[in-house]
Design a protein around this ligand. Structure first.
Ligand code: AMP
Length: 281
C-alpha cells in the first residue's frame, strides 16, 4: 500500500497506538485524516517498553471495538502485528536516544524509551509514512521520537498534537480505567496543579523554584497523590530550567495508588524573546 501511494505522490499517514482507544487517540486520527491519504493506524502493545514490574499483562486490550472505531473514523488500514512478528526470536537491534532517554520518565522507567524508540523505528520502517502523529500528552516521548527521526535521517515528519482532556481536566489515557472512584477524583489534581502554575506564570512569576513549590503544595494537598516528579524543563533538552524564558514544559508524574499518571503544560514565549507567554494545557 505504501509503495503504491508513494508512487502516486499521496501523503501516507501513520498513527501508532497501543489500543484501548479513546478520544485522545481519535484526535490524532482526525488530524491525520485531514492531511493524509491513505491513513494507517497501528495497534501494538509493545512488550519492550514495559518494565518487569509494570502493567504489560493487564494493559487494557479491546481489539474488536478498537478496529470498529478506527473504521468509523475513516482509517484506511489497521496494522496490528503479533509480538513475534515485530520481535522474532533472534531480534537483537535497539535504538537508544542518548540523554533524553535517561531523565524524568526514563529515570523512573528504565528501558522504557529504548523500547519506545525501537518499536517506533520499526513501525516507521514497515509503514513508510510521510507523517506520523503523536500526542503531546507524552511530551518526552514525542520529543525523543522527533530527535530520533532527525538523527537517523528518517523520511517521516513527526507531528505532535494537543492533549485531549475530560471535562474535569483529566487527560485521557488508556490507564485511567485502573483508577478507583476515589483515585479518579483525586487525579484531577494534576490539571489543577498545572493550572495553578499557569496562574503564577500569568502573574509574572518566572522562577522555577517558586513554581515548583506551588506545584508541590497543590499536589501535596491531595492525600491520594504520591509525587514521582514535578519539574520545569527546557522543551528541547528536557533539562531543568532556573527561569522560564524559552519554550518549557511543566511536567508531572504522580502515583494514585498503583497507577502512575503523567501530564504537562507547554509554555512558549508569544514571540521569541518576549516576556508574554502562551500556554498549551
Ligand atoms: P498510547 O496508545 O497510550 O501509546 O498512545 C498512542 C498515542 O496517543 C501517543 O502518541 C499518545 O501520546 C497519544 N495520546 C494518548 N493520550 C492522549 C491524549 N489524552 N491526548 C492526545 N494524545 C494522546
Amino acid at each position: 500500500m505504501a509503495q503504491q501511494a508513494r508512487a502516486e505522490s499521496r501523503i501516507i499517514g501513520l498513527v501508532p497506538t497501543m489500543g484501548a482507544l479513546h478520544e485522545g487517540h481519535l484526535s490524532l486520527i482526525v488530524q491525520a485524516k485531514k492531511e493524509c491519504s491513505p491513513l494507517i493506524a497501528s495497534i501494538f502493545v509493545n512488550p519492550k517498553q514495559f518494565g518487569p514490574n509494570e502493567d504489560f499483562a493487564k494493559y487494557p486490550r479491546a481489539f474488536e471495538s478498537d478496529s470498529e472505531r478506527l473504521k468509523q473514523a475513516g482509517v484506511d488500514a489497521l496494522f496490528a502485528p503479533d509480538a513475534a512478528e515485530i520481535y522474532p526470536r533472534d531480534f537483537s537491534t535497539y535504538v537508544h536516544v542518548e540523554g533524553l532517554s535517561e531523565k524524568l520518565e526514563g529515570r523512573s522507567r528504565p528501558g522504557h524509551f529504548r523500547g519506545v524508540a525501537t518499536v517506533v523505528m520499526k513501525l516507521l520502517q514497515i509503514v513508510q509514512p510521510h507523517r506520523a502523529y503523536f500526542g503531546r500528552k507524552d511530551a518526552q516521548q514525542a520529543r525523543l521520537i522527533t530527535q530520533m527521526a532527525s538523527d537517523l535521517n528518517l523520511d517521516s515528519e513527526i507531528v505532535v498534537c494537543p492533549i485531549v482532556r475530560e471535562r474535569d481536566g483529566l487527560a485521557l489515557s488508556s490507564r485511567n480505567v485502573y483508577l478507583s472512584p476515589d483515585e479518579r477524583k483525586a487525579a484531577t489534581v494534576l490539571h489543577r496543579a498545572l493550572q495553578t502554575a499557569k496562574g503564577e506564570l500569568t502573574r509574572g512569576v518566572r522562577d522555577a523554584l517558586q513554581l515548583k513549590e506551588v506545584l508541590q503544595r497543590t499536589l501535596g494537598a491531595e492525600r491520594l497523590a504520591k509525587v514521582d516528579y514535578a519539574d520545569i524543563v527546557d522543551a528541547e533538552s528536557f533539562e531543568p530550567v532556573l527561569r522560564v524564558s524559552k519554550p518549557s514544559y511543566v511536567l508531572l508524574a504522580v502515583f494514585f495508588g498503583k497507577t502512575r499518571m503523567i501530564d504537562n503544560l507547554l509554555i512558549e514565549p508569544k514571540t521569541p524573546g518576549s516576556d508574554e507567554l502562551v500556554f498549551h494545557l
